[in-house]
Design a protein around this ligand. Structure first.
Ligand code: P53
Length: 479
């Protein structure tokens, strides 16, 4: 049964999202250098410790590294993109592996073999009329940049990054129009290794180091935006935020203010990238954290002059916070601290499921920036079971996505300009947070387990046919 009232805007970009470091594998093939993610074991073998102390991880030998083979997208992209096309994808969000193009990160000349790989991937997308949406830096800074410069802590990294940008903007000028400068740019505050390619474990004032790195990224993002527009005026460049509205634990005004501050922690980045200047509340923030930013001549003008074209974000869950540190302490140790919301159910990994929160988040972000929004990650990480007959009945995933698509539609009715939706991990891949394979998001199942066993065979899940219908009907058929 279709409901024409649920139709999405003409040309809406339905698709799916992955990242190089979580799907490609082939971690040293064709001249690729090591990515920071290649140093990480899975959660049972110390991933969290390694994430918080990357220099130590560099010197440690783990038995198994999930990223080294991942799901071998590097060799199977044709088969995978064909399946995306079968679902009717209008777009496909992927990232370009930085160390595949610049193995150490600071070379002048790119690795041609690495560039050729993406030539082929984009050609394959084109064959099916799928628009690529490219994240430039998705958690995989070259190890060389951390080792030799401490990543984004160094201002030099701006130039290395811009060289990378210029290389790919020119090379894929006619293939790619949609770009994002950094995945979940606010992640640097929580996992500096992912977000900043850096180790802060022995920093005297970690906040100072993080915000200085953030300044470098914001300047790099603005300069990349300029570069993209200079190279091709049709380029659309977005920022990308790990979003999810924060609710106050009680109506106590202190809790309400705490929730506002928690959201500002993330909006801080988009305030700069979309409005072009540091928000007024940053003054107090810097004072309280004892931060003195080093700002070079011309930086503030750069931030002002080259703001983004659209605001992309990931949304998995809302958050709940209290002003009382005692209460807040009882959180579950996830990347984003949150209290348990008694009105919400949670996934097997404790991520609370809140479709209304998506509508709230969309409205809040749009009200703040009035730029087109793009939901580039959303989805349910769950354990899937292959039945004796080979079928995978992931009704829980369909339910999750259906409710979020409805909420998204309501957000559009509220007046939000939304250009597309790319659910995360459209094909099963390695979890960023845990390194697990069994935390699956896909419409397509990949036969591989946490230890790296399996044939890597691809299988359609029940959600595959469901999503195909959603796209076919442009949102009118969600059954
Ligand atoms: P995984 C934590 C919280 C919100 C978003 O996450 C996050 C993370 C990192 O764990 O990252 C994004 O794989 C990220 C993706 C990641 C996805 O969310 O831990 O952009 O790379 O895979 C889901 O379940």
């Amino acid at each position: 049964m279709t409901n024409q009232d649920l139709k999405f805007p003409e040309g809406f970009l339905w698709g799916g999202a992955v990242a190089a470091n979580q799907c490609e594998g082939a971690y040293l093939e064709d001249g690729k250098g090591l990515s920071l993610v290649d140093l990480l074991p899975s959660v049972e073998h110390g991933r969290f410790e390694a994430l918080m102390n990357p220099k130590k991880a560099l010197e440690t030998n783990y038995n198994f590294y999930p990223s080294h083979d991942s799901i071998d997208f590097y060799h199977r992209y044709k088969e995978d993109i064909k399946l995306f096309a079968e679902m009717g994808f209008k777009c496909f969000r992927l990232s370009i592996s930085w160390p595949r193009i610049f193995p150490n990160g600071d070379e002048t000349n790119p690795n041609e073999k690495g560039l050729e790989f993406y030539d082929q991937v984009f050609a394959e997308c084109k064959k099916y009329g799928i628009e690529p949406v490219v994240t430039i830096n998705h958690f995989d800074t070259p190890v060389g940049l951390m080792r030799d410069y401490n990543g984004w802590a160094s201002r030099k990294t701006i130039d290395f990054y811009l060289n990378f940008c210029e290389t790919i903007f020119k090379r894929y000028k006619d293939q790619v129009k949609y770009w994002m400068t950094f995945n979940e740019i606010n992640m640097i505050l929580h996992v500096p290794m992912f977000g900043g390619g850096m180790d802060i474990s022995d920093a005297e004032n970690p906040e100072q180091l993080k915000y200085q790195a953030i300044h470098h990224q914001l300047v790099a993002s603005a300069r990349a935006t300029k570069l993209a527009h200079d190279i091709n005026p049709e380029n659309q460049v977005g920022c990308m935020l790990a979003a999810g509205a924060t609710y106050p634990n009680t109506p106590n005004p202190d809790d309400v203010f705490a929730a506002m501050e928690a959201d500002r922690e993330g909006y801080f980045f988009v305030d700069v990238q979309a409005r072009g200047y540091y928000p007024s509340y940053s003054k107090r923030l810097f004072k309280e954290k004892n931060i003195q930013l080093e700002i070079a001549d011309g930086d503030l003008e750069t931030l002002r002059d080259y703001t983004v074209d659209y605001v992309a974000f990931s949304y998995y869950s809302s958050k709940l916070t209290s002003a009382d540190p005692e209460v807040n302490q009882k959180t579950d140790g996830n990347v984003f601290a949150t209290l348990k919301n008694p009105y919400l159910k949670a996934s097997e990994w404790g991520w609370q499921i809140d479709p209304v929160g998506l509508r709230i988040t969309m409205n809040a972000i749009y009200d703040r920036y009035q730029k087109p929004l793009f939901i580039v990650e959303n989805g349910l990480g769950a354990v899937d079971k292959v039945e004796a007959d080979g079928s995978i009945n992931d009704d829980y995933r369909i339910d999750y996505l259906r409710e979020h698509v409805r909420a998204m539609h309501q957000g559009i009715e509220d007046g939000v300009e939304l250009i597309g939706y790319t659910p995360w991990g459209c094909i099963d891949l390695i979890s960023a947070g845990t390194g697990e394979m069994k935390k699956r998001y896909g419409f397509i199942y990949v036969d591989r387990d946490n230890e790296g066993n399996g044939t890597l065979e691809r299988k359609k899940k029940k959600s595959f046919d469901w999503y195909k219908k959603v796209i076919e009907s442009n949102g009118a058929d969600l059954n």
